[in-house]
Ligand binder design. Structure first.
Ligand code: F6R
Ligand code: ZN
Length: 191
């Protein structure tokens, strides 16, 4: 085990890493409010990369802190900015995000519908408290790059967000990002 990694701020990567995931538009189609728009972009531009992340995972057991670097590319599907899938931690585990490049939002939401949103940009530290599902949105025109760290036994639950979505959407209005209510959000608790 080496005792750290290096962030390459020019190439937007973290080395060494144990896991590198690339998330493309086709796998996010149904996360957007207008999946038909996603189909149109897929046809026009192909299966573009929406985001990728590099992780240093030290195990599933407790006691460690996993960390990594996420790189989100700029873009929109209809009026809605590019987003991450979003998830809850299975355990009541917090997470820290540190903005390095670009600008966006972190949407946070409890399973019973309490919502918070914070801007993430360089020199911003966002604390995601235990119990808050979280999703990141790139509202800028450059890659949004951030560092994250969470307890190694946190676990990731993607299903609740996949089924019910988030209560808010981040869309462009008059050239600026705006948070609006998600008309398709299912009000039932995310259990
Ligand atoms: C880890 C975490 C972030 C995200 C990453 C991609 O707990 O919150 O590292 O994993 O930004 O987002 P997802 O995992 O929602 O696809
Ligand atoms: Zn997380």
């Amino acid at each position: 085990m080496s005792f750290g990694s290096k962030i390459d701020a020019v190439k937007n990567l973290l080395e060494p890493f144990t896991n590198h995931k690339v998330v493309k538009l086709s796998s996010l189609r149904d996360y957007f409010s207008e999946p038909n728009e996603a189909d149109r972009v897929l046809k026009e531009r192909g299966d573009v990369v929406v985001y990728e992340y590099y992780e240093r995972i030290f195990g599933e057991g407790g006691g460690h802190i996993n960390f990594g670097l996420t790189v989100m590319y700029p873009g929109k599907i209809g009026r809605e900015y590019f987003l991450t899938r979003g998830h809850f931690h299975e355990k009541d585990a917090a997470e820290i995000y540190v903005g390095l490049k670009g600008v966006g939002y972190i949407l946070m939401q409890t399973r019973d519908g309490k919502v918070e949103a914070r801007v993430i940009e360089p020199d911003t530290v966002v604390y995601v408290p235990p119990g808050y599902g979280h999703r990141t949105i790139n509202t800028g025109t450059e890659p949004l790059v951030f560092f994250f760290a969470y307890p190694s036994d946190a676990g990731h639950d993607y299903e609740a967000v996949k089924e019910k979505g988030f209560a808010k959407l981040v869309v462009e209005e008059n050239g600026k990002p705006k948070l609006i209510d998600n008309p398709k959000y299912l009000m039932s608790p995310m259990v």
